[in-house]
Design a protein around this ligand. Structure first.
Ligand SMILES: [Cu+2]
Length: 163
């Protein structure tokens, strides 16, 4: 019994570390790309879920690793990818708001040190209604399309060969 319970408990602990709930909002899968030496900007991606019955919004982000964190969205303008600042990100009731490459992201400006693969750092998210959430961001490799774990799953689906 002991031998069966131990891995199960570890699995639960790992799962809990990657999802945080505050009020009706849950944040999970927070990750960032590693940054090359000398870069002073980075981006954080994560998924927000609203389990409540009313609208909420992500309104602000703070992190100790950068001077400033802003909400940005990528969009094409005359064939050029540009980033626009967002005041907030809507999280509709019963829905996910996914911050991911090529879309909405948390822009880190004035990085205090490069983000290294395998490291973790904290971000604090503030919302229009839910109390603030502080979560850990996992740093994936430079140019990653997703967190390291998702990356592995992706490779599996592609039949074992990467990109
Ligand atoms: Cu940006």
């Amino acid at each position: 019994m002991r031998f069966w319970l131990l891995p199960f408990a570890l699995l639960l602990a790992a799962t809990a570390a990657h999802a945080q709930t505050s009020g009706d909002i849950t944040v999970q899968s927070a990750w960032a790309r590693a940054t090359p030496p000398g870069a002073d900007t980075g981006a954080v991606y994560l998924t927000l879920t609203n389990k409540g019955a009313s609208d909420d919004r992500l309104t602000g982000v703070e992190t100790p690793v950068a001077d400033m964190a802003m909400l940005h969205v990528d969009r094409m303008e005359k064939g050029v990818m540009k980033m626009r600042e967002l005041k907030s990100v809507d999280i509709a009731p019963g829905k996910n708001a996914e911050l991911k490459p090529g879309g909405i992201h948390i822009m880190l400006m004035g990085l205090k040190h490069p983000l290294k693969r395998g490291e973790h750092f904290s971000v604090t998210l503030t919302f229009a209604h839910a109390p603030p959430i502080t979560t850990q961001v996992e740093v994936a490799k430079i140019g990653a399309a997703g967190p390291d774990m998702m990356q592995m799953r992706h490779v599996d689906e592609m039949g074992g060969n990467g990109h």
